[in-house]
Ligand binder design. Structure first.
Ligand SMILES: CC1(C)CO[C@@H](CC(=O)O)CN1
Length: 421
């Protein structure tokens, strides 16, 4: 019987810059219930969780971690959300030999085994877009690229990673612009420097200002292509926003034809998974839990599969560890904060994670990053259309050929003589 308790620590952002805990906590609870009902997984153990709210703030998140550490019983692993909190929690928890598993952290800075020796995340790093961007540059023979970014660490490290990858591919980032809150000059400079293929990385509120400025500078249409992030909420450009003075129609005109990349974090086929239910069933049950008419308006709803799969990842890893320890006459309940040996066993079990979850295949890179597929879309007549997928691990590029261009063909990456004819 599952009568030995194992307790997880849970840190959830219930408010703040990314309140993803609102949808991710229910997903975690659902997974715990499912795992605890599986006699074949951790047959002797019952998984419990003590948790608290970080408000997506690193200081409060750290305080929550210390409370979890000092409150009995001993925690065996910690689940975390926001990048800013995970950056603090993953460094501190390591001092107590705790693995940290993040379901909502996208910052590229977290891909660093020196700083975060026992960190894993089911949420892909923001750099997951970059191999796909390079694949698109090659597909369209674009060798001269421009970038524009909001000055946030998340976007700075994403562009740095992109620069590394384009250099390897013999592609040149000829124009780089950044802005803090007002993109006017940055967009104007893109126009002056004849940017044509433009990668833009910023949060959605800034995206509205960028494209209002792009409209005014006429930095759109048949000679240009923008590649931006695909995880903004649908109709993000229709949101009322007094920080720019463009109409929705003007934004739509500037946005026509742009491309987006985003990680696929919900398994596309409704097939059986290794995690107790099919994707559609998960969505139905989560919608019921969240009890709202439009769950897609709840922050963290897209990431809920990542939180659900995080619990299964740790359950499979703890199960593997329990079996390994039994061979040595040891057991999981012997884990404590000064026991490196058991922590090392859990770490290597996490490293070899591989299962089909609600969010698709779950596996981690050597730096603990989620390995994920990306999907490519294009805005055509105001709505997003799927253009293809890219799996960088297998270098598998699926292209539907459904891309449509204002000038009837893809734009060139720089001025050609024929432009003037
Ligand atoms: C795709 C997004 C919105 C990126 O930010 C993540 C939050 C974070 O990285 O702090 C959540 N998921």
């Amino acid at each position: 019987p599952k009568d030995i308790p194992l307790t997880l620590g849970g840190i959830f952002p219930m408010s703040g810059s990314w309140a993803g805990g609102v949808a991710c906590k229910p997903a975690v609870m659902m997974a715990l219930e499912m795992v605890n009902n599986r006699p074949d997984i951790l047959p002797r153990y019952h998984l419990n969780m003590q948790y608290n709210d970080s408000q997506c703030m690193p200081g409060l998140g750290t305080k929550v971690l210390y409370q979890l550490l000092y409150d009995k019983p001993t925690k065996i692993m910690v689940l975390s959300g926001c990048s800013s909190v995970s950056t603090f929690v993953a460094q501190a928890a390591n001092m107590w030999n705790l693995i940290v598993l993040a379901y909502g952290a996208s910052s590229p800075a977290l891909s660093n085994r020196e700083r975060f020796p026992m960190f894993f995340r089911t949420h892909p790093s923001a750099t997951v877009h970059n191999p796909t961007r390079v694949k698109l540059f090659k597909h369209f023979k674009w060798n001269r690229i421009a970038t524009i970014q909001e000055t946030q660490e998340l976007f700075t490290s994403t562009i740095e990673d992109l620069e590394k990858r384009v250099k390897e591919a013999g592609i040149d980032i000829a124009v780089r612009q950044s802005f803090l809150t007002d993109p006017t000059n940055a967009v104007r400079n893109l126009k002056r420097q004849d940017a044509r293929v433009i990668v833009g990385v910023f949060y959605e509120d800034m995206a509205r200002r960028v494209f209002c400025q792009a409209y005014k500078e006429k930095l759109y249409g048949k000679k240009y292509v923008w590649l931006i992030i695909g995880w903004y909420p649908d109709n993000w450009y229709r949101t009322r926003d007094d920080r720019h003075n463009c109409t929705v129609e003007q934004l739509e005109e500037a946005l026509e034809g742009h491309l987006t990349t985003e990680a696929v974090i919900l398994h596309q086929e409704n097939t059986t998974t290794d995690v107790g239910m099919m994707p559609q069933e998960f969505t139905q049950r989560l919608n019921k839990e969240l009890n709202t008419s439009d769950p897609s308006l709840i922050t963290g709803y897209p990431e809920a599969p990542l939180a659900y799969d995080a619990v299964w990842a740790l359950a499979f890893a703890l199960n593997k560890t329990a079996n390994k320890l039994a061979e040595k006459g040891m057991s999981l309940e012997q884990f404590n904060y000064s026991n490196k040996e058991i922590a090392q066993e859990i770490y290597s079990a996490m490293n070899s994670t591989k299962f089909l979850g609600i969010s698709g295949n779950v596996a981690f890179s050597s730096q603990g990053d989620r390995i994920a597929r990306t999907q490519i879309e294009q805005m055509i007549n105001g709505t997003y259309h799927k253009l293809g997928y890219y799996d960088s691990l297998a270098d598998n590029f699926t292209w539907f050929g459904t891309d449509r261009w204002i000038g009837g063909k893809p734009p060139l990456d720089h001025t050609h003589v024929i432009d003037h004819l």
